[in-house]
Structures are given as structure tokens and as C-alpha cells.
Design a protein around this ligand. Structure first.
Ligand code: PRX
Length: 648
């Protein structure tokens, strides 16, 4: 379906019943507009502060913010202890559904005991507040326990997605100088155990360079054999499982580093995005409460993200647990053992709030509505979307087929860097439009501007431009780990005069002034909601001896949003120039980065289109990759290059 202006008039107001019981109401916008800092101070009262804060925001050291200065809190205490103290120890926090069908329910009291054991043992290992811990685990309860144990002790965790390669893991371990790695023996992949600790062993031995890791703590998940390094490797069940289940949480400053999460930038080197404690927890808690309309006594929440990404951090671990959620945590893929799995889970647990990514919605569409139609999905009362623009057709299908034509949809725009949701409808308040992220949340300020920073919309016309955040927000990143210059350059130089954060996304304001996110305007691709930089894939390709030069673009893909298309020039002495090499190059990218970065297509070409200044014209390569007529080629050194690409 093509997006037309008619889409803008297609609007879905909330029902009166939903609005009457909603956590949010329109007064939130008014209160936030009248007194932004007062509004955030009020939201911070959702948390337990060991020591009250004395200043809401200090922005004098911009672009590094101090939120809730003078305040002290313990993030894990806020996610666990206070719920138990308030008499909710028997409430299920996590309904775990393992891929092979094993299940486990953990109450708040049990989760607190497990986290306390882990905290006691990590202390015994000599780890102290400020140390970094790498977590490389599949979606099992111990991953959440490990994260919360770090938070409890003020250890800064760096979760590395368990699909990342040993090289990627090592790069992240080294950058953060992690003292400990927590992993599992293996992980379930479509009914088969696949090794995982092996990757940690490889990461720590890939080269002879010294590393900072003292111990590797291993959870037994699949029971497969694992190689063992005496004195370094420790089994979770031999150590943590025997530690004391009581632990006194100590408060930390509001700005104490909580975690580092690596994300792709426009260069090959991933950026370690740093988040801190009080502001991050305030905004994740507030947004989870208002955007998902979460009711702790009745809702069953399910966010399908992996803890390896920011969505898992903010909307599986911190926001939901701070709000005393009962949630489903699922280990596996949506089509194992078959395409019914997600819908069976919704039915089995009576999921009421479901948060997923457009790529999965489009996959469900491809499988056909006959699959969800055989399940009772009537428990669902709200659906969320995140990670990439949701096309209006997928939006409508989501609401009609999964949401019985009645549930509100919240299309939530945010980033690893923003830490929490920034632009989204509020259920019960906003009349939503298919495909639009609508307006900044109360307390958040955004604009759509041109290159110079002038707002693009004048009067009632529709206009496109760049998305900027023109006011600091509590869960904003506090920097790039170890590289504050890169932090300033990446986000704060484009609109340095105005002091705005440049998000890297293009956006449109429609005739009503509502926001539509158009996607990245930099060299970052979005594959199934995962950020991958063109430079990262290019450097993995040129690391192959047969490749002299590579250029990578994200081409539109009906299911994954974008697909990776690579153009490579071979070295003169490359002998193999056919399909076998292409297969080898795809495998090379998978092993160097991750299977999610594997190119969809690789074209071997004799030349690449370059400007006179030597810049590769990606825009033109995208035209080629998407089979379009070529755009303007006048700035090219050699416009005939496309004839040779076509011949190649
Ligand atoms: O391009 C935007 C897209 O995902 C980018 C952020 O990616 P990441 O840091 O991995 O975080 C993903 C989960 C929050 C953004 O710059 N994006 C995210 N949400 C949306 C979106 N694009 C359109 N609509 C969204 N709702």
C-alpha cells in the first residue's frame, strides 16, 4: 500500500472505556509544558530514593547532564526489594518460557533472593562498584538476575547480544575493560543446543594481547560439554547458587554509571553508550507506566525484544520491574516448533500488553492471518511497536488481526541513546494514525528542522526535515564510554549553535503537525530493527584477501525493513570470482560481526561510483540495489561506471 495524504485523515481515537481507566490523561501534557523540571521531579517520585535529590537538572556542563543531583538510590532495590516490602513478594515477576518448552515462574521474593545470592557472590569475587561486567547470555532468567545483581552492587554491566561473534565480544570486553564475563554453556536454537561459552573462550584467546577478564561465570542451560579453564571459569550452580539469599542494597548517586550498551555508529567502531541510574530509571518507569498503560495487579506484559538490545534493558528489565510487572520472558524464535508459538504464548499466559517490532509483524503477515485466527487473543488490550518505521499497512494488520480491530497501538520512537521512549501516542489520550509516532511525550521536546536548524513547517503544510531533541531528558545518554570527543561530535556538533541533540533520523510533520519518522539519514542501516553501520560491514568484507574495496547500502526489504546489499571490487590476484566466493564473503561477515549483519546480496563489480572528492555515492548504489532509475549522476567522476557495474 502506498502512503498517501489520505492516511493522515485515517485516525483512531481512544474508546471512552479505555480513556476512563487510562494511566495517562491530557493534563500530563499541560503540567509538563507549564513546568518541565517540576514535572520530572514528580515522575521521579515513582522511585524510592535513599537520599532525596536537591536539584532536578543541572545542564551547565552540557552536553553532559546531571539529573536528580544530590539524590541517592539503588536501582535493583527499586525493581525488587520495595515490592517485597510492600507485600507483593508472592506476585510472579517472570513467567519464563524456554524454547524447548520448559517453564519457570519466579516471584518477586524469589527473584530478590536470586539477585541477592548473585550480589553476594560477585562481592566475594572482589568486584566493587564501578567495575565493568560483560553479560553474554541468551534470554533466560539468569540474564536478568545477572543484570540486576550488577545494578545492585553499582557494577556497570555491558550486555553483549549472544548472537554477536567472538571478535565483536572481544572488542566490547576490551573497550569496557571488563573484569568478569557471565555466559552460558550454550543456547537453544530451534531445538538444538548451540555452543556459547566457546565464543567467550575464542574471544579471550583470539590474539595474544592481554585482556582484563579475571573470571568467566557460566550458567548451565543446555547441558552440552564445555572446555574449562581452571581458576578462571566458574559454574553458576557451584558458586552463586550456594551464596546467601539475603543482601543489603547500598544507595548510589543518581548519576552512578548503570550500564554501557554498544551500538553501531557511522564508523566501524561500535559506540559504548553510557547510561546512569536515577534519570534512566525515572524515565523508563514513567514511560512504561503511561505508554503501555501498565496496571501491576492485572496486566500480563510481554516485550519480545532480546536483553542484548536497549529495548530489552529498558522494557524487559528496568522499566517493567520498577513498576512491579508480571511479564513473560521467552527464550526462542517465533516459529519454533512452528508459526503458532507466539500466539500460543499470548493465549497460555493471557498476555494483555504486547510490545514487538514491525519486522515481526510483517513476518506474521507473510505467514497469514489463519495462524493467529486459530488462537484466542482476546486478552490483548494494547499493542506496541518499536525499532523501525511501521508501514501503515502493517499497522492496520496489527490492529485488525492481532488486536481484533479494537486495541490501541503505540508506535514508540526512541534510540539506544535516548534510553527510553521519547515520541509516542499515549493510549487513552491520543487519536492515533497508522504509521505515525505522533507527538513527543509529556516532558520531552523535539523539533523537525532543516540543515540550518529552522523549523520546517510553516502554516498548515506538510514538511520533511531532521529530527532534533531540543531539551535534555532524564534518560539521555551521558556519553560514549572512553570517548567523550566522539560523543560531542556525533550528536552535538550538527546543531552546536542551538545546543540540540541530532538524532540521525529524518522525520515528517503532517498537516496536523504530527510526527512521522522516516528512518536514518546517516550511514546506519536498520535490518529487522537492528542497527548496523555500513562501515562495519565494509570493513568485514575488505578483511577478506580477495576484496580490494567494498561499499554497502541498506536497500528496502519487504520483511526486514532494509536488507544489506554489498558491492565489492576484487583484488587483482583473486582467483575465485563466482558464487563460491560470494558465499564465503557472506559467511565472513556473519563470523566477524553477527549473522544479523550477513549481506542479502553481494555484487562483484569492476568499479564503484565516486564523487570527485573520492566519496562513494551510496545514494546511487541504493538506486541500483533497489532496481530504480539512476538519480543525479552529474557529480560523478565517471558516469559510465554504471555500465560496468551492470556488466559486472
Ligand atoms: O531510526 C530509528 C529507529 O531505530 C533507531 C534506533 O535504533 P536503536 O538504538 O537500535 O534502538 C532501537 C529500539 C529503541 C532510530 O534512530 N527507530 C526506533 N524506533 C522507531 C524507529 N523508527 C521509526 N519508528 C519507530 N517507532
Amino acid at each position: 500500500m502506498t502512503e498517501t495524504n489520505a492516511d493522515h485523515n485515517d485516525s483512531y481515537p481512544p474508546t471512552t472505556e479505555f480513556a476512563a481507566a487510562a494511566n495517562a490523561d491530557v493534563s500530563l501534557y499541560e503540567r509538563a509544558a507549564a513546568d518541565r523540571e517540576g514535572f520530572w521531579a514528580e515522575q521521579a517520585q515513582r522511585l524510592h530514593w535513599h537520599q532525596p535529590f536537591t536539584q532536578v537538572l543541572d545542564w551547565t556542563d552540557a552536553p553532559v547532564a546531571t539529573w536528580f543531583g544530590g539524590g541517592q538510590l539503588n536501582v535493583a532495590y527499586n525493581c525488587l526489594d520495595r515490592h517485597v516490602i510492600d507485600g507483593h513478594g508472592d506476585q510472579v515477576a517472570i513467567h519464563f518460557e524456554g524454547e524447548p518448552g520448559d517453564t519457570r515462574a519466579l516471584t518477586y521474593a524469589e527473584l530478590l533472593a536470586e539477585v541477592s545470592r548473585a550480589a553476594n557472590y560477585l562481592t566475594q569475587l572482589g568486584l566493587v562498584a564501578g567495575d565493568r561486567v560483560a553479560i553474554y547470555m541468551p534470554m533466560i532468567p539468569e540474564a536478568i538476575i545477572a543484570i540486576l545483581a550488577c545494578a545492585r552492587l553499582g557494577l556497570t554491566h555491558s550486555v553483549v547480544f549472544a548472537g554477536f561473534s567472538p571478535t565483536a565480544l572481544r572488542q566490547r570486553i576490551d573497550d569496557a575493560q571488563a573484569r568478569l564475563v557471565i555466559t552460558t554453556d550454550g543456547q537453544w536454537r530451534r531445538g538444538t543446543p548451540a555452543p556459547l561459552k566457546d565464543a567467550v573462550d575464542q574471544a579471550l584467546t583470539t590474539d595474544d594481547a592481554p585482556h582484563t577478564v579475571e573470571h568467566v561465570l557460566v550458567v548451565r542451560r543446555t547441558g552440552i560439554e564445555v572446555p574449562w579453564t581452571e581458576n578462571r571459569d566458574l559454574w553458576w550452580h557451584d558458586t552463586i547458587a550456594h551464596a546467601s539469599p539475603t543482601h543489603q542494597a547500598q544507595p548510589f548517586d543518581a548519576e552512578h554509571p548503570l550500564f554501557i550498551l554498544y551500538t553501531s555508529g557511522t564508523t566501524g567502531k561500535p559506540k559504548g553508550i553510557l547510561h546512569t541510574s536515577g534519570g534512566y530509571l525515572t524515565q523508563t518507569s514513567y514511560t512504561h507506566h503511561t505508554v503501555f498503560d501498565h496496571k501491576p495487579d492485572t496486566d500480563i506484559y510481554w516485550c519480545t525484544a532480546d536483553i542484548g538490545w536497549i529495548t530489552g534493558h529498558s522494557y524487559i528489565v528496568y522499566g517493567p520491574l520498577s513498576n512491579r510487572v508480571t511479564q513473560v520472558v521467552y527464550e526462542g524464535t517465533p516459529n519454533f516448533p512452528d508459526e503458532h508459538r507466539h500466539f500460543q504464548i499470548i493465549e497460555k499466559y493471557g498476555v494483555t500488553l504486547y510490545y514487538t517490532a514491525p519486522t515481526l509483524i510483517r513476518t506474521f503477515m507473510k505467514w497469514g492471518r489463519q495462524i493467529p485466527d486459530t488462537h484466542d487473543l482476546t486478552s490483548l488490550r494494547l499493542l506496541g511497536s518499536v525499532g523501525e518505521p511501521i508501514n501503515p499497512e502493517a499497522w492496520r494488520w496489527y490492529r485488525d488481526v492481532i488486536g481484533a480491530g479494537t486495541t490501541p497501538i503505540v508506535d514508540t520512537w526512541w534510540q539506544t541513546e535516548t534510553g527510553a521512549i521519547m515520541i509516542s501516542p499515549l493510549p487513552g489520550v491520543t487519536a492515533t494514525k497508522p504509521g505515525a509516532a505522533m507527538t513527543p511525550l509529556p516532558g520531552i521536546s523535539a523539533q523537525v528542522v532543516d540543515e540550518e536548524g529552522t523549523p520546517v513547517r510553516h502554516g498548515e503544510t506538510e514538511a520533511n526535515g531532521y529530527l532534533v531533541l531540543d531539551q535534555p531528558w532524564p534518560s539521555m545518554l551521558r556519553g560514549i564510554w572512553g570517548d567523550m570527543d566522539r560523543y560531542r561530535e556525533t550528536y552535538w556538533t550538527r546543531y552546536a549553535d542551538q545546543g540540540w541533540y541530532f538524532a540521525g533520523d529524518g522525520a515528517k510533520l503532517d498537516t496536523d503537525g504530527d510526527l512521522w519518522i522516516l528512518g536514518r539519514v546517516d550511514d546506519v542501516m536498520n535490518i529487522s530493527g537492528h542497527r548496523i553501520s555500513t562501515a562495519e560491514v565494509e570493513s568485514a568484507l575488505v578483511a577478506h584477501p580477495a576484496v580490494a574495496e567494498a561499499a554497502v547500502v541498506g536497500a528496502t526489504d519487504p520483511t526486514t525493513g532494509q536488507g544489506i546489499v554489498a558491492f565489492v571490487i576484487l583484488t587483482a590476484d583473486a582467483t575465485d570470482t563466482g558464487q563460491a566466493l560470494i558465499t564465503e564473503l557472506k559467511a565472513q561477515v556473519s563470523t566477524q560481526i553477527s549473522p544479523i549483519a550477513r549481506p542479502r546480496d553481494i555484487h562483484i563489480v569492476p568499479e564503484l561510483p565516486k564523487t570527485r572528492s573520492g566519496k562513494i555515492m551510496r545514494r546511487l548504489l541504493r538506486d541500483v540495489a533497489e532496481g530504480r532509475q539512476l538519480g543525479d549522476t552529474s557529480t560523478l567522476v565517471d558516469p559510465t561506471v554504471f555500465e560496468s557495474i551492470a556488466r559486472g
